[in-house]
Write a protein that binds this ligand. Structure first.
Ligand SMILES: [Zn+2]
Length: 305
């Protein structure tokens, strides 16, 4: 089954520092691994278009969006928060990263493809309604979700976030929106030190202790799939972070490629049953270049399975 791979050269231009883990080489390594794994010929490649203002305004406070755009540096750099830095081309990258998910939703709704993977950066899931955070400027997946709900009039969608960090930004944006079931697994206690307290029925957080291996992780996230089955989403979004990999030094979980394949197949079963197979997956974290690119290929192969 074909999959669309959406990216943009603009996403390579956000370059904070050669030593910074969230670096352009992440996308290069994914592209290289796709070619060397031989799956290139089964993939449709598409260039992202930038997000429109009205699409960003759906997910974020208008004043926050306006200030990010207005204050974007034309030279030097600007800190948006303790972790998130903007350079002269960072705004372009952020606009295309957010736009990619919107493009993916449109392609799926047109019926041309049923799966899309957005290889974008900066990541998005730490960006809250009115503030950036954790390397994230705009919340890419939230912008895509709200495009599906508001523009395409879907009634129920799910976001599954398996990044090693809690998707606090996505939870913040959808905490009062029961149209969106948000499932996040994350190392805890760990940055951003949120998500461990029960909140609403449609927010399904699963804190995971440091050192957890894949076999235990799989058991811990199993409650998601019953809840997702009952919720019957019309489209599924994945915040696909690969920093829970055992080789990734930014986290301390012990997942491997087979675990990413497993979780992708579980999500795919729900998508096949309830939403005609429609899945939009968006890259979040993942900082060990080899582990990241191998895991992305396992994830894409499982989506195509
Ligand atoms: Zn992360």
């Amino acid at each position: 089954m074909p999959i669309t791979f959406i990216s943009s050269p603009k996403c390579l231009l956000h370059d904070m520092d050669p030593e910074h883990p969230e670096q352009p080489a992440r996308l290069h390594s994914i592209n290289d691994q796709i070619i060397s794994s031989g799956i290139e010929f089964a993939i449709q490649f598409a260039d992202a278009k930038p997000a429109e203002l009205k699409q960003l305004y759906r997910a974020h406070d208008n004043q926050f969006v306006d200030s990010v755009i207005h204050d974007a540096p034309t030279e030097g750099h600007k800190w948006l928060d303790d972790d998130t830095l903007m350079m002269p081309k960072s705004l372009d990258a952020a606009m295309y990263a957010a736009g990619a998910g919107v493009n993916a939703v449109d392609m799926l709704m047109q019926g041309d493809v049923k799966k899309a993977f957005c290889a974008v950066r900066p990541p998005g899931h730490h960006a809250e309604y009115s503030k950036s955070g954790g390397f994230c400027i705009f919340n890419n997946v939230a912008v895509a979700v709200l495009h599906a709900l508001e523009h395409h009039c879907l009634k129920r969608v799910a976001v599954i976030d398996f990044d090693v960090h809690h998707g606090n930004g996505t939870e913040d944006i959808f905490k009062d929106d029961p149209r969106v079931m948000f499932c996040s697994s994350f190392q805890h206690p760990f940055y951003p030190f949120s998500g461990d307290k029960p909140t609403k029925e449609h927010i399904v957080n699963i804190p995971i202790p440091a050192g957890t291996k894949g076999t235990d992780y799989r058991e811990m996230v199993m409650p998601w799939f019953k809840k997702l089955d009952n919720f019957a989403p019309e489209m599924i979004f994945i915040s696909a972070g690969f920093d829970a990999h055992a080789e990734d030094n930014l986290g301390h979980l012990r997942l491997v490629e087979a675990d990413y394949e497993w979780i992708t197949l579980q999500i795919k079963k729900i998508a096949d049953k309830h939403c005609g197979g429609k899945i939009v997956s968006m890259l979040e974290g993942g900082y060990n270049l080899s582990a990241l690119s191998r895991s992305v290929v396992s994830h894409i192969k499982a989506l195509m399975n």
